[in-house]
Design a protein around this ligand. Structure first.
Ligand code: FAD
Ligand code: PYC
Length: 416
């Protein structure tokens, strides 16, 4: 008697979220205030800040694989903010500010280490571009300084600065507060903190469709584990954004490419900083485990493959051996690829879309890891308030229509 009364109540008040959990109708699929598609660092950070800063805790993060298994767990962990344009410098420096005490905020060691990022110049053109960057950065209050070849060598002793190599080092731009952070720890740190605030993280759950109501507003996602109702969706599915956005009828200005990296066998501490060379497409640092972390370029053809061409790695290793001859006999342990999506101006899209209730965070290309905290922070604001934070206001989808590009091709140049 008692149980049938309860079930009658359940049916009558199925939609009433105020009822105690045990009285709620288990039948309708749960409705979330926000569904985030993609449990990479950016998606998880967004969910965390929605809960922590906007009090929106009824959030699901749905992930087709495992959390952090996309680009977040595949990148070479470089963190810096020395971008050319003020809009970008503002966004990446906001992230760099948040990196400073992220381990304390999340109570999870993300191993952020400000060991400096040195970007080498090998040609007269490189020198001009680097110095333009340095001046632009300093005008915008962003740290960046020029080093002579000898100062580069002093800062990074393994560097070969002899003049008779194919691409001699002619100097470098150093951002001292740049560095590295532990990539998968960032995903796990945000995931654990978001989960503690009530966010649901659903792995092995691929979004296959986005449903819209008669007015065009989003109303649900269809997934391989059932439908989930929601009135707000954030797409944070790097590499696959075009596919997911296409589910809501949006055509994105994006191309997807494989980008590769590799690690060596572990060595004793030998490499004190991060060195990047955009001209010869190589970048290198040493992880706390001891392996050299080496990044290569993108493939020249669009693809969704997580294995890029081997010739790209070979080319990178030739460059590394020329710049750091002492690594010639080091053995490589493994290589892998991730799929990055790039925009025409190499800057991200971090914005509302023309579809009501649909928000998009994408287009980070080869450089979104460093932005993770800042991106999640301002994207959560955009979703919660239905308007951009001043820091991401310029990163709209409409800028490709209006011609207001934020052209960072030279800044992020590692792979372009
Ligand atoms: P991801 O971590 O890729 O997360 C997106 C998630 O969406 C994935 O887990 C994916 O499985 C999921 N997804 C996709 N489709 C669906 C669907 N239909 N349903 C559910 N889930 C879905 N950046 C730097 O700043 N510094 C670097 O040194 C650096 N090095 C890099 C080196 C390599 C080799 C690569 C590949 C990238 C590098 N990047 C770097 C770029 C950086 O990794 C990315 O920009 C950043 O990690 C993007 O994070 P994200 O959270 O947006 O994406
Ligand atoms: O954006 O700093 C970067 C980067 C390094 C390697 C790939 N991207």
């Amino acid at each position: 008697m008692h149980f049938s009364f309860v079930s009658l109540l359940r049916q009558a008040f199925a939609a009433n979220a105020g009822w105690p959990q045990q009285w709620r109708n288990p039948d309708p699929k749960p409705a979330y205030d926000v569904v985030i598609i993609g449990a990479g660092g950016h998606g998880l950070a967004t969910a965390y800040y929605l809960a922590a800063e906007h009090g929106i805790r009824n959030v699901a993060v749905v992930e087709r694989g495992w959390l952090g298994g996309g680009n977040t767990g595949r990148n070479t962990t470089i963190v810096r903010s020395n971008y050319l344009w003020e809009e970008s410098a503002g966004l990446y420096d906001h992230a760099l500010d948040l990196w400073q005490d992220l381990s304390q905020v999340l109570n999870y060691n993300v191993m952020y280490s400000a060991r400096g990022v040195l970007m080498l110049a090998h040609t007269v053109h490189d020198i001009q571009v680097s110095q333009r960057h340095i001046h632009a950065n300093r005008l915008a209050g962003i740290q960046n300084e020029w080093l002579t070849p000898e100062q580069c060598k002093e800062f990074c002793p393994p560097l070969n600065i002899s003049k008779n190599i194919r691409y001699p080092v002619l100097g470098g731009a150093l951002q001292r507060k740049g560095g590295v952070a532990r990539h998968d720890a960032v995903a796990w740190g945000y995931a654990r903190a978001a989960s503690a605030l009530g966010v649901d993280i659903i792995q092995n759950c691929e979004v296959t469709a986005i449903r819209r109501d008669a007015s065009g507003r989003v109303e649900a996602v269809e997934t391989t584990r059932g439908d989930i109702k929601t009135r707000k969706i954030g797409i944070v599915a790097a590499g696959h954004t075009s596919v997911v956005a296409g589910m809501a009828g949006l055509r994105m200005p994006l191309e997807s490419y494989p980008l590769q990296a590799l690690v060596s066998e572990p060595l004793k501490p030998v490499f004190p900083t991060v060195v990047m060379s955009n001209t010869i497409h190589a970048y290198i640092s040493q992880s706390d485990k001891g392996d050299l972390v080496i990044g290569a370029g993108t493939d020249q053809y669009v693809s969704y493959s997580q294995n890029g061409g081997l010739y790209i790695d070979n080319h990178t290793l030739e460059a590394i051996c020329e710049l750091f001859p002492m690594f010639r006999r080091v053995r490589m342990l493994r290589n892998w690829g991730g799929i990055v999506d790039t925009t025409p101006d190499r800057s991200p899209i971090l914005a509302k879309t023309p579809v009501p209730g649909l928000y998009i965070n994408c287009g980070w290309g080869t450089g979104g890891f460093k932005a993770t905290p800042g991106s999640g922070h301002v994207f959560a604001h955009t979703i919660a308030k239905d308007e951009p934070h001043p820091i991401n206001a310029a990163f709209t989808l409409e800028r490709y229509r209006d011609g207001r590009l934020i052209d960072e091709a030279a800044a992020a140049a590692v792979a372009h």
